[in-house]
Write a new protein. Structure first.
Length: 242
């Protein structure tokens, strides 16, 4: 099922081999070892596996990623599960992707949803977006724009530009929230400033039927979003508008 979005902002499942959301130094080391192993460095693979064998969840997740990229899904599933048992949010998201797409396992959207939700509840940005998408598309769960909005907003509040653009579109179209061009413009502008070029189309469509007062308020809201976050800024704006 296509994601219903007439402004054509494309959202992809965030499952790339080299995740941008890993922050800790040990993650970077494990990522580097996985990359070297993928290129054929057996010493790096041995080092990564040694760490995984003694229970390092980060190493287990990246070893799973290594096997996934090698299309050895049985071993990928094994190591992702090992890391997920320790509540590694990235591994949980990776398991969600395997079950969503049916890689090495029978496709199972409800199970994918469960893994995405566990990962999202631990704050993983990729999982927050993936979970929102499943609600938006009705995959493994009853379709709900409102529930999708909740999870997109959580990702946007953590500084995710694509999620910010998406809730901007939700306000532009009235998906799960009351339609509001000012909020929509502010969010899409903020997304553009964060490097989401696709959100420029959202701005261009909205400005066609906005007056200068609305644009000024939207600009003020964009600045407020940057300072206090998406949820707080929107709640402040709505409370002042009533």
């Amino acid at each position: 099922m296509r994601y219903p979005n007439i402004l054509k902002i494309i959202i992809a499942f965030s499952i790339v081999f080299f995740s941008l959301h890993l922050q800790a130094m040990e993650n970077k080391l494990a990522q580097s070892l996985a990359f070297k192993a993928f290129q054929g460095n057996q010493a790096a693979l041995k080092e990564l596996k040694s760490a995984a064998d003694v229970g390092d969840a980060v190493a287990q997740n990246w070893l799973g990623s290594y096997f996934r990229e090698k299309h050895d899904f049985d071993h990928a599933l094994f190591w992702f599960n090992k890391a997920a048992e320790q509540n590694n949010s990235v591994a949980l998201n990776n398991l969600g992707f395997l079950f969503s797409e049916g890689y090495g396992v029978k496709a199972d959207s409800p199970k994918a949803l469960q893994y995405y939700k566990r990962s999202a509840e631990l704050g993983n940005l990729d999982a927050l977006n993936n979970l929102a998408l499943m609600y938006a598309q009705g995959e493994g769960v009853k379709q709900s724009y409102r529930e999708a909005y909740v999870w997109f907003e959580k990702a946007a509040d953590k500084g995710d530009g694509l999620a910010t653009a998406n809730i901007g579109i939700y306000y532009a179209q009235g998906f799960g929230v009351q339609k509001n061009d000012t909020i929509a413009f502010a969010l899409c502008k903020r997304a553009v400033l964060m490097g989401v070029g696709q959100a420029q189309r959202c701005k261009a469509e909205l400005i066609k039927h906005m007056d200068q007062t609305q644009i000024t308020r939207a600009d003020q809201l964009t600045n407020r979003i940057q300072r206090v976050g998406v949820r707080n800024a929107i709640n402040e704006y709505l409370s002042q508008s009533h």
